[in-house]
Ligand binder design. Structure first.
Ligand SMILES: [Cu+2]
Length: 435
């Protein structure tokens, strides 16, 4: 059975949006810059929709007083970025699976069909529910065997940013991509935002030249993803100047991630504990989202292109050969000359740092194994960006329309506001030095 959003549910959402627009217009009008078309409040909403970067939201069918969702656990062919596809496991054709969105007070029924070759379950991470609905296979329920469909049904008695994932053979099923977001909007007293983004952090061991994540790897991962995508395939977070933006971040990887946003101080406003009381908010530029944790951050959008990334440097790159001796500062010209006699075209790298890698790859000097992304890639308006993994941009412009999430291109910085060359002489100036 294909789940669909019924007319009833669509009408419910539209009616809600309209009434809320009227209620919040006064608040919203003050947020935009005065010289621009004012923010009307039409997009300010409490009950979603959430924008799952590169992802989607699962429609439901209303059956009496129950919202019924249907998840299918199955193998999916997943593209991490153009040039790299792997056989992963997910839900309803994607990893992460579709985002489930509902409202505090709803009763939900979630059908779970297992089309995997082994048993599975779903744990509703952070939700307050009856023990028998908690989804730990063997502890709370029988395993869902291949071909079977189980029904979970419970009341949503809280709000906040949550996740779902298997609690059966987790070593395999998490490693190959089984995860999703479960977002519960507050029934009342919510502070609206203009844009509401969501992402799950994850790590993968897809060894260079292979086509399936390796579930036996515990620490040495190759790929670091926002919603199972790596830079530059991760969509930008688009906003209009003055809009209030929320980004909901959940971590189902095996490492903690210090998530850093340039250009603003954001506020950490919530978690799977719901939206925190204002006196608990913290002003930060980097927030560690620990394994199994959720964090909501909010900020008022400032014009520009702003990096948004994990601050672990090796999480903003793709697979690299790193079981090698350190070549930084080592004169390799002699050995390179000898090796070129054995391997024509051999080039020594790393002597002056790794920044040259991207240029060599793009010029075709370095060809990696098949189905393997370059370690560092991406081109911006001023040249190579040299990133990968958990990196994207927040793109804020004055003229983005409400509800428009399309990539506005690169920021056209005002004249005189970009760092620029003043000399090409290494002996330029007279800077103070120690020693
Ligand atoms: Cu990280």
């Amino acid at each position: 059975m294909e789940p669909i959003m019924t007319d009833t549910s669509r009408r419910e959402f539209l009616t809600y949006s309209a009434s809320l627009a009227a209620a919040t217009a006064g608040v919203a009008a003050g947020a935009g810059a005065a010289t621009k078309e004012p923010l009307t409040g039409a997009t300010r909403h409490i009950h979603g929709p959430v924008r799952t970067l590169n992802g989607w939201t699962l429609p439901y069918v209303r059956k009496g007083n129950v919202k019924e969702f249907h998840l299918v656990a199955e193998e999916v062919q997943h593209e991490f970025a153009p040039g790299m596809v792997a056989s992963c496991w997910g839900y309803n054709g994607s990893t992460p699976g579709p985002t489930i969105e509902a409202v505090e007070g709803d009763r939900v029924r979630i059908l779970v069909t297992n089309r995997l070759p082994e048993h599975t379950t779903i744990h509703w991470h952070g939700l307050i529910l009856p023990s028998g609905m908690d989804g730990v296979g063997g502890l709370n329920q029988p395993q869902i065997e291949p071909g079977e469909t189980f029904a979970y049904e419970f009341d949503l008695v809280q709000h906040g940013t949550h996740m779902y994932h298997p609690h059966a053979d987790e070593m395999t099923q998490l490693a190959v991509g089984m995860m999703g977001l479960f977002i519960i909007h507050p029934r009342e007293n919510a502070a609206p935002v203009d844009r509401d983004y969501a992402m799950l952090l994850h790590n993968w061991a897809v060894h260079p030249g292979t086509y399936r994540p390796d579930p036996a790897v515990m620490v040495d991962f190759d790929l670091w993803t926002f919603n199972s995508k790596v830079f530059p395939a991760i969509e930008p977070i688009v906003a209009r100047t003055g809009e209030r933006v929320r980004v909901r971040i959940g971590n189902l990887s095996m490492w903690n991630h210090p998530i850093h946003l340039h250009g603003v101080q954001y506020e950490v406003t919530g978690s799977d504990g719901g939206r925190w009381p204002k006196h608990q908010w913290r002003r930060e530029a980097t927030e560690i989202v620990g394994v199994g944790q959720m964090r909501d951050i909010e900020f008022v959008a400032v014009p520009g292109d702003w990096a948004f990334h994990c601050h672990m440097a090796h999480h903003t790159m793709n697979a690299m050969g790193h079981d090698l001796p350190n070549s930084l500062g080592v004169d390799q010209s002699g050995v390179a000359r000898e090796l070129r006699e054995l391997f024509p075209g051999y080039m020594a790298m790393g002597e002056d740092g790794m920044a040259e890698h991207q240029a060599h790859v793009e010029m075709g000097h370095v060809t990696g194994p098949p189905n393997t992304l370059p370690m560092a890639t991406g081109r911006g308006p001023y040249g190579n960006i040299g990133m990968g993994g958990m990196f994207t941009t927040v793109k804020v412009r004055d003229n983005v329309h409400a509800g428009d999430f399309s990539d506005p291109g690169w920021y056209d910085a005002p004249v005189g506001s970009v760092a620029a060359r003043v000399s090409s002489d290494p002996d330029f100036g007279n800077p103070p030095r120690r020693g």
